[in-house]
Ligand binder design. Structure first.
Ligand code: NAD
Length: 364
C-alpha cells in the first residue's frame, strides 16, 4: 500500500491532478498494488481557506506519505499579496521542509511530436536523458550574500555531504538506464567546481561499472543542442542545473509535456514543470501529459515499479501517435481533445498495452 499526498493547488493544477489520480488508480489496479490518497490545499486556495499558502497540516500529510503529487499553484487573484504569502512561497517552503535535494527533469522525445521541436528531426531521434540538478545548496543558498549601490555578491559553496548524496543517486539511476553519467561543472575557473569534481570521482569508486565523464557547463549547453543523443544522466549543481534543465526540456517541445521529480533522503515530490495557467484554467483545455508523465516518474523512483512507469510512457506515446492533441501541442491533421479525453485515451492505451504484453497473465 502506497500513501500519496495529493496537492492539486490552483488553476489547471486541479485539472491535471485529477488526470494523475485516474492514471495512478488504473496503474495500481493493474499492478496489484493499493494506493491511498490524502488531499490537501496548497497555494492560493490554501491562503483563501487558512490565510497561509502552506499549513503545518499539509506538511505533516506529506511527511506521512510515500510520495507527494503536486499540480500547480498561483493565479491573478493572489498576485498582490506580500512575498511570504504568495502561493509560490509554498513551493519553496515545502521543498525545503521535505529536504528535496535532487531535482530530476527528463529530456525525452515523443516521436509523434518531433516536428514541433526547434531542432532537426535527425538530431532529436532517440534522445532520452535526465538532468539531476542539486536543489538545496550552491549559490542560491550560500552565505554571505547581498548588494548595495556599489556591489552585489553571492557565494557558491558545497559541502562534501551535499555532493556525495546527489552523486550516489545519479550513479544508481544510471545503472537502471544506459549506465553513463556526465558530471557538469566549471572546474577550469571555479574552486567549488574543482571540489565538486573531486567528490564525484571519489563517489564513482563505488560505482566502477558506470561510465563517468566530466564536462564544462558552457560546452554542455552547446552539446545539448548540437548532439543531445550523447547524454544519459547529467549530474550538476543548482545554478547550472537550473539553466541546463530548461534547455533540455525545451528541445523536446511544449511546457505541457514536461514532468519533474524532486527527491530527498526520505521524501519525494512529483509535479509538472508548468504553472497554474490561469489563462486556460477551468476550461478542460490543459494538457495533462506532463502530469501523467510525472506519475510515471513516481512509479519508477518512489514505488520502484519501473515497468509500470515505462508502460505509462508507452501509453502517452501511443496516444500522441494516434493523433490526439490538446490545444498547446495541436498541429494540422491531428484531433483536438480536452484534458478529460486525453486522459481517457492514455488510460485506454495503458490497458491495451498492458494486456498485449501479457502482463495480466504474469501477475495473476
Ligand atoms: P504557466 O506555466 O502557468 O503558463 C505559461 C503558458 O503556457 C500559458 O499560456 C499557459 O496557458 C500555457 N500552459 C502551461 N501549462 C499548460 C498545459 N498543461 N496545457 C496547456 N497549456 C499550458 O506560467 P505563467 O503563466 O508564467 O504562470 C501562471 C501562474 O503559475 C503564476 O502564478 C506563476 O507564479 C505560477 N507558476 C507555478 C508553478 C508551479 O506551481 N510549480 C510553476 C510556474 C509558474
Amino acid at each position: 500500500m502506497f500513501k500519496i499526498a495529493l496537492l492539486p493547488g490552483d488553476g489547471i493544477g486541479v485539472e491535471v491532478a485529477a488526470s494523475a489520480v485516474q492514471v495512478i488508480k488504473t496503474v495500481a489496479e493493474h499492478f496489484h498494488t493499493e494506493v491511498e490518497f490524502k488531499e490537501c490545499l496548497i497555494g492560493g486556495c490554501s491562503y483563501d481557506a487558512h490565510g497561509t499558502p502552506l499549513t503545518d497540516e499539509t506538511i505533516q500529510t506529506c511527511y506521512d506519505s510515500d510520495a507527494v503529487f503536486l499540480g500547480a499553484v498561483g493565479g491573478y487573484k493572489w498576485e498582490s499579496l506580500p512575498h511570504n504569502l504568495k502561493p509560490e512561497a509554498a513551493l519553496l517552503k515545502l521543498r525545503k521542509s521535505l529536504g528535496l535535494y535532487t531535482n530530476i527533469r527528463p529530456a525525452k522525445i515523443y516521436k509523434p511530436l518531433v516536428d514541433s521541436s526547434s531542432l532537426k528531426k535527425e538530431v532529436l531521434d532517440g534522445v532520452d536523458f535526465v538532468v539531476f540538478r542539486e536543489l538545496t545548496g550552491g549559490i542560491y543558498f550560500g552565505e554571505p550574500r547581498g548588494f548595495d549601490t556599489e556591489r552585489g555578491f553571492n557565494t557558491m559553496v558545497y559541502s562534501k555531504e551535499e555532493v556525495v548524496r546527489i552523486a550516489r543517486m545519479a550513479f544508481k539511476v544510471a545503472r537502471e538506464r544506459k549506465n553513463k553519467v556526465i558530471s557538469v561543472d566549471k572546474a577550469n575557473v571555479l574552486e567549488v567546481s574543482q571540489f565538486w569534481r573531486n567528490v564525484v570521482h571519489e563517489v564513482h569508486k563505488d560505482f566502477p561499472d558506470v561510465e563517468l565523464n566530466d564536462m564544462y557547463v558552457d560546452n554542455c549547453a552547446m552539446q545539448i543542442v548540437r548532439n543531445p543523443k550523447q547524454f544519459d544522466v547529467i549530474l550538476t549543481s543548482n545554478l547550472f542545473g537550473d539553466i541546463l534543465s530548461d534547455i533540455a526540456g525545451m528541445i523536446t517541445g511544449s511546457l505541457g509535456m514536461l514532468p519533474s521529480a524532486s527527491l530527498g533522503s526520505k521524501y519525494a515530490l512529483y509535479e509538472p514543470v508548468h504553472g497554474s495557467a490561469p489563462d486556460i484554467a477551468g476550461q478542460n483545455k490543459a494538457n495533462p501529459l506532463a502530469s501523467i508523465s510525472s506519475v510515471a516518474m513516481m512509479f519508477t523512483y518512489s514505488f520502484e515499479m519501473k515497468k509500470a512507469g515505462d508502460l505509462i510512457e508507452e501509453a502517452i506515446n501511443k496516444t500522441l501517435d494516434d493523433g490526439y492533441r490538446t490545444v498547446d501541442i495541436m498541429s494540422e491533421g491531428c484531433k483536438l481533445v480536452s484534458t478529460d479525453k486525453m486522459t481517457e485515451r492514455v488510460i485506454e492505451n495503458f490497458k491495451e498495452i498492458y494486456h498485449k504484453q501479457g502482463l495480466g497473465v504474469f501477475t495473476l
